[in-house]
Write a protein of this length. Structure first.
Length: 319
């Protein structure tokens, strides 16, 4: 059976959700091991075991926290030399992209980026990569081992198996040349809002909202439902809302229980970032809008009248 590694990204000692999403896919592809580097690695091993990792390689050297990418590359390259996995999965995040790219160069193999799925085929692995704004999907085969694939967040749903993992200390020598680019300051933006990627309910607005002054209507509905507000690329490009709210191919991928698309036509660029939502509700004046075809429930009408009425109904129901 193929040996699959998951790079379990940690941020300030906390295991990132992308790692557990990757574990769900990795279990389908072979025997799973995880690699966790930096503060919190040993604590993360228990969670990774519950999600299917048979072995977790850990090293809590502070260099993994303080220096960018190169120490992690050293550790992974050393472990690869000893064990030679068939596939290494990384989340498509800024930190993991940096590590994966350096590792691929170090090992002299290719890298497939921005995948939405990974399948085993003909003794190797293929990644399904959306292009043309998600309108098409390319099948890209990794011809060398290990196959290194970066997967978009929210492509898979994390789930526990209830297992336990053997924890192994990863011996890695981090040279002085790998202690160059380092983090000098971390700034966390204070916010009381629900994080878009983690929200169980997402309400996204498009051009049908009429302008930035109407987005508070979505904020009110999100507040009533305990959700978060997103947006289409069109309104972000127009400057109505910040890029951090963009859902889609060039924005964030979300996988909420309920996704409400308000005044969004449903271009593939947008839907590729939210199509995995469990229930999709569309509110649009145009009954023929593409979003209506993929929605579980479509409401035809003026969003500026429907959204306030819906907010009032939710608040009344909650008492």
């Amino acid at each position: 059976m193929a040996k699959i590694w998951v790079y379990a990204e940690l941020h300030q000692g906390k295991l990132q959700p992308t790692a557990l999403e990757l574990m769900a896919k990795a279990r389908e592809l072979g025997d799973v091991e995880a690699v966790a580097l930096g503060s919190g690695a040993k604590a993360a091993a228990a969670t990774l075991g519950k999600h299917g990792a048979k072995t977790v390689h850990v090293n809590e050297d502070k260099a993994f926290d303080d220096f960018i990418a190169e120490p992690a590359t050293d550790a992974l390259a050393a472990l690869h030399k000893a064990q030679a996995p068939d596939l290494i999965l990384f989340g498509f995040t800024s930190d993991s992209r940096d590590v994966a790219g350096r590792l691929a160069a170090r090992l002299g193999v290719g890298l497939i980026s921005n995948a939405g799925d990974v399948v085993a085929k003909n003794g190797g692995f293929e990644a399904k990569v959306p292009y043309f704004g998600g309108a098409k999907v390319a099948s890209m085969r990794a011809n060398n081992k290990p196959a290194i694939i970066l997967v978009r967040p929210k492509s898979f749903e994390a789930s526990e198996t209830g297992g336990t993992a053997e924890v192994k200390e990863l011996a890695a020598t981090i040279g002085a040349e790998s202690r160059r680019a380092h983090i000098v300051e971390r700034v966390t933006e204070a916010s009381e809002k629900v994080k878009l990627e983690d929200a169980k309910v997402v309400i996204s607005g498009g051009r049908g909202m009429g302008g930035p002054d109407n987005f508070p209507l979505l904020e009110a509905l999100a507040g009533a439902l305990g959700g978060a507000v997103g947006a289409s690329r069109a309104v972000v490009d127009a400057g109505w809302v910040p890029y951090a709210m963009q859902v889609g191919q060039t924005g964030k991928s979300v996988r909420p229980g309920v996704y409400i698309a308000v005044g969004i036509s449903g271009a593939m660029q947008h839907t590729v970032g939210m199509k995995a939502s469990k229930i999709i509700i569309a509110i649009n004046k145009d009954a023929e809008a593409p979003i209506m075809k993929m929605a579980d429930l479509g409401v035809v009408g003026d969003a500026l009248k429907i959204v306030p009425a819906l907010t009032a109904a939710v608040k009344a129901k909650k008492g």
